[in-house]
Design a protein around this ligand. Structure first.
Ligand code: TYM
Length: 332
């Protein structure tokens, strides 16, 4: 059976990168797979979070899933901390994770920054928890943006390490699914930096809750370079802003990068940007409106999460019992 597991951290400022790199693809995949989409609150606290904001952001991510077109009946939507198996399996996998593997993780290096000695154990062990998320459900496919690739390689390695250590074929090796023209959406202020929830500049990203005016204005102010748009793909080399904006346009209009480049070949940014703004407003505007409507009804959102937790736990609990048995934990 093919099962998808993926998730987003409830750390505020959900943006176009999260939508194009992840959620949008989930919407397309939901009819062909058995899908579990998680709001990963345990991951969120690897960096300090305000408790009230964490709760609000958990509802916000859930609202974004539904507003984007994920069917909460067909798919399981829940928040990670409601299924205790995530933390339990993470411990077991952590005991199989060599420090050398964790030391290679670029996200840890970026997030810990210069204060490496101050960084928490949770931030360091983060990839083992992510592996547990997927393996707890025997997930086979994991649709994510490009930045999660290294974590997924570690999840595959850990699945293999568990199977080898105990001489079993228990966990499938999960496959990353990274596709579309926008697997790595870059900042609107700097085409060499990833669009990110934590960027201090709100102008660097299109938030899922931005209204039409804010979206249009951010596109208009997006950084460009002095040239015209290139004639072909090769002409994008060394032009990160042009590449990023054309990639966003391609993804939003369901075109390939080749098609997007051909459409605007040789034109000025001043001709392209209004088209991009129109497309962004027409795709993102209704999602933002629906998100706000859902966020105004926390009872509904919480009900979806509660039901999702029950369904998730019904899959997770028997897997975890088998893992305990394989590992040798006595159930007296
Ligand atoms: P997170 O919350 O940072 O991001 C959620 C999803 O959005 C994608 N993404 C992007 N895609 C394209 N361009 C960008 N600028 C961009 N920024 C973010 C991410 O690749 C991701 O797919 N560790 C994960 C959450 C997680 C998870 C999991 C994912 C926890 N457990 C198990 C898959 C399976 C994270 O921090 O994503």
């Amino acid at each position: 059976m093919n099962r998808i597991f993926s998730g987003i951290q409830p750390t505020g400022n959900l943006h176009l990168g999260n939508y194009l790199g992840a959620i949008r693809n989930w919407v397309k995949l939901q009819k062909d797979y058995d899908c579990i989409f998680c709001v990963v609150d345990l991951h969120a606290i690897t960096l300090p979070q305000d408790p009230a904001q964490l709760k609000a952001a958990t509802r916000e991510v859930t609202a974004a899933y539904i507003a984007s077109g994920i069917d909460p009946e067909a798919c399981i939507l829940f928040n990670q901390s409601t299924v205790s198996g995530h933390a339990e399996l993470a411990w077991i996998l952590g005991c199989l994770t060599p420090l050398g593997w964790l030391n290679r993780m670029t996200q840890f290096k970026e997030k810990a920054g210069k204060q490496r000695e101050e960084a928490g154990l949770g931030l360091y062990a983060y990839p083992a928890l992510m592996a547990a998320d997927i393996l707890l459900y025997k997930g086979t496919h994991v649709p994510v943006g490009e930045d999660q690739k290294q974590h997924l390689e570690l999840a595959r390695d850990l699945a293999g390490a568990f199977n080898r250590r105990y001489g079993v074929e228990f966990f499938p090796l999960p496959e990353p699914q990274i596709f579309g023209a926008a697997t790595r959406v870059m900042s609107l202020r700097d085409g060499t930096k990833k669009m990110s929830k934590s960027d201090a500049s709100d102008q660097s990203r299109i938030n899922l809750t931005d209204g039409p005016e804010a979206i249009a204005q951010k596109v208009k102010r997006a950084k460009t370079d002095p040239g015209n748009l290139p004639e072909d793909l090769k002409g994008l080399e060394g032009r990160p802003e042009a590449e990023n904006l054309l990639g966003i346009y391609a993804a939003l209009t369901d075109k390939t990068m080749e098609q997007a480049v051909a459409e605007f070949a040789g034109q000025q940014f001043s001709a392209f940007k209004p088209r991009l703004a129109d497309v962004a407003v027409s795709v993102m505007g209704p999602i933002g409106t629906e998100m706000k409507r859902l966020m105004a009804d926390p009872g509904y959102v919480d009900g979806i999460l509660r039901r999702g937790a029950e369904r998730a736990n019904a899959i997770a609990a028997p897997h975890l019992r088998e893992v305990f048995d394989i590992v040798g934990f006595l159930r007296p």
